[in-house]
Design a protein around this ligand. Structure first.
Ligand code: HEC
Ligand code: HEC
Ligand code: HEC
Ligand code: HEC
Ligand code: HEC
Ligand code: HEC
Length: 397
């Protein structure tokens, strides 16, 4: 009892101090307790040499340290005090990041984190070995010769602290010094939406233009709300069951509107210079994207709301000639792809895909295995990537 009291008092004292010291919008207790990090069972629970064992699971102190010392000694990792009173440097490089202190194979989280696999695995059902990353750090580590990852140094140089525009042309901005992961996540809100089953009322993401809210947890924030012609792709290896929940839902009523998340950055307004070492032809400005019905300054994609109809579609994109708006995550991994360039998923529409490079063999594999039985033109027309890319024009993409 007495021990409990001391622990409780210390936590409250710590919380107040933390909020005062950080002197900003402090996380609201209710939403934090519903978050994955704040959860008293599955939440943050750091083990490191010198860190007291009596902080309850979910306590802020597992991420924030009031002083560099706790009870007279400084827990590992030493150094600091760090930005935002975090126990380690918030952001250093593509592969050294505060979040990776736990979201990796051997982090400080007691017992580790076992469920953070790739999108194609969690929400697409592709469990083939070496087709997916088993943790978040691995997903961001494809900067060498294979696969690809979203490149965080370019998030820092191109997005954080800048005036950006969403797909409607409305300006937004995020502070320059936050963690680049938090362009899409809010560590005080993010929830676990997938464990053994999928729960669409929980969300792990926040739009960069609306950092203090979750995105996708309400029905108005799902694909079906904006795109009545959305068709969910098949679950891996199935022709009766669909993404993201491996059930019969096909309308996207259970899928966060990732188009809205991604097009906060990737639209016709923002110019983004990528220094990603894996970007073909990089470093360069990445292509602007228009997922709309009308031309603004970039040609609308036929895979977007312009929704060109496909002459030779594969199931379930039937009947022929019916238009469908696709979701970005139908083709792309949000973090990284273990095998493919351009963050292209290891499996699309229920089948494995191999796009290690920009050769015609890769594009034929991608277009013709997953979704089309053939093009209208000569199927061997050379130089696919010269014509088929975002913004490439009607018929182009
Ligand atoms: C002290 C360890 C720790 C740190 C540091 C940490 N996390 Fe987590 N994170 C966890 C744990 C534990 C969970 C819950 C895991 C689970 O659901 O089984 C979690 C869950 C999440 C989730 C929700 C999805 C899920 O798997 O439940 C997101 C999103 C997330 N973390 C992002 C981040 C980001 C971004 C950072 C850095 C700003 C970060 N985390 C730093 C331990 C940590
Ligand atoms: C461009 C946006 C974006 C960035 C940047 C980003 N994420 Fe994510 N993250 C997503 C999306 C989208 C999902 C998957 C969909 C979902 O769970 O709703 C996701 C899922 C997750 C999950 C849950 C995975 C699971 O088990 O389902 C964790 C944990 C996570 N991200 C951590 C991180 C960390 C750590 C970083 C930085 C190193 C990061 N994210 C950067 C968009 C992003
Ligand atoms: C907060 C802004 C932001 C959001 C949101 C965002 N991105 Fe990006 N994206 C970037 C930046 C910055 C780059 C340039 C660095 C790089 O190439 O990774 C980029 C690059 C890319 C690339 C090119 C990668 C390569 O080969 O170099 C792809 C593909 C991509 N994003 C897809 C997505 C998808 C899909 C989503 C939604 C799940 C998304 N992005 C959401 C900022 C964002
Ligand atoms: C998973 C790790 C994690 C946990 C747990 C956590 N925070 Fe944070 N907090 C961060 C990070 C990372 C930042 C720095 C901002 C960023 O990079 O997004 C931050 C920033 C803050 C800020 C500065 C304002 C802001 O939101 O940017 C305050 C205040 C704060 N945290 C208070 C708390 C309190 C109080 C708790 C417990 C109720 C808590 N944090 C739990 C990771 C965490
Ligand atoms: C039908 C599959 C498909 C869908 C759906 C899709 N993409 Fe792509 N994406 C690709 C392919 C293939 C490439 C490589 C060719 C290119 O660069 O356009 C690519 C490349 C990219 C690039 C890098 C562009 C560059 O400069 O090379 C970005 C950024 C991107 N996609 C973002 C998105 C976003 C955001 C969405 C949703 C609005 C989306 N994609 C939807 C297949 C897709
Ligand atoms: C010179 C430009 C060009 C090249 C090179 C090219 N395409 Fe096309 N492709 C088009 C145009 C334009 C259309 C739409 C009109 C048509 O089908 O003739 C199209 C249509 C398609 C479609 C069908 C879309 C539907 O309506 O179902 C597929 C699939 C396709 N191409 C794949 C490929 C592949 C794979 C390659 C490389 C082997 C390739 N294309 C090379 C310009 C090109």
């Amino acid at each position: 009892m007495r021990h409990e009291n001391i622990k409780g008092r210390r936590s409250v004292f710590f919380l107040i101090l933390l909020s005062i010291t950080l002197c900003s919008t402090s996380p609201r207790a209710g939403t934090y307790l519903k978050s994955a990090h704040g959860n008293s069972t599955i939440g943050v629970n750091r083990t490191s040499a010198g860190f007291p064992t009596d902080y309850a699971t979910g306590n802020c102190a597992h991420c924030h340290e009031q002083h560099s010392s706790i009870q007279g000694a400084e827990p590992v990792p030493t150094g600091g005090p760090n930005n935002f009173l975090l126990f380690d440097e918030n952001y250093t490089s593509q592969t050294i990041n505060f979040c990776f202190d736990c979201h990796q194979a051997n982090g400080y989280q007691t017992g580790g984190i076992t469920i953070n696999k790739s999108y194609s695995y969690n929400f697409g059902g592709n469990t083939n070995s070496s087709s997916y990353d088993s943790n978040i750090k691995d997903a961001f580590s494809h900067i060498g010769t294979t696969g690809s990852s979203h490149y965080l140094p370019s998030f820092v140089s191109q997005v954080l602290g800048k005036t950006m525009y969403d797909a409607d042309g409305v300006a937004w901005s995020l502070p320059a010094n936050i963690n680049p992961c938090d362009a899409c996540h809010n560590p005080h809100l993010a929830q676990r939406n997938k464990n053994t089953t999928y729960d669409p009322t929980k969300s792990a993401i926040s739009r960069p233009s609306d950092h203090n809210n979750l995105w996708g947890d309400n029905t108005t924030e799902r694909m079906s709300a904006d795109f009545s012609d959305y068709q969910a792709p098949y679950w891996y290896g199935s022709n009766t069951s669909y993404e993201p929940a491996n059930d019969a839902t096909t309308t996207g009523s259970n899928l966060p509107n990732y188009v809205r998340l991604c097009t906060d950055c990737h639209n016709e307004y923002n110019t983004i210079y990528s220094e990603n070492p894996r970007l073909p032809g990089g470093p360069r400005n990445i292509r602007k994207i228009c997922w709309k019905t009308t031309y603004v300054s970039v040609v609308p994609d036929a895979h977007g709301a312009y929704a060109g109809s496909s002459a030779y579609p594969r199931d379930p994109y039937n009947p022929p000639y019916s238009p469908h708006t696709l979701c970005c995550t139908d083709c792309h991994e949000p973090h990284g792809s273990a095998t493919n360039i351009y963050l292209i998923r290891s499996s699309i529409n229920g089948v494995s895909i191999s796009v290690p490079d920009t050769t015609d063999t890769s594009w034929r594999n991608f277009c013709l295995n997953a979704c089309h039985t053939r093009p209208e033109h000569d199927p061997y027309k050379p130089g696919c990537s010269n014509c088929h890319y975002h913004g490439g024009g009607r018929g182009g993409f």
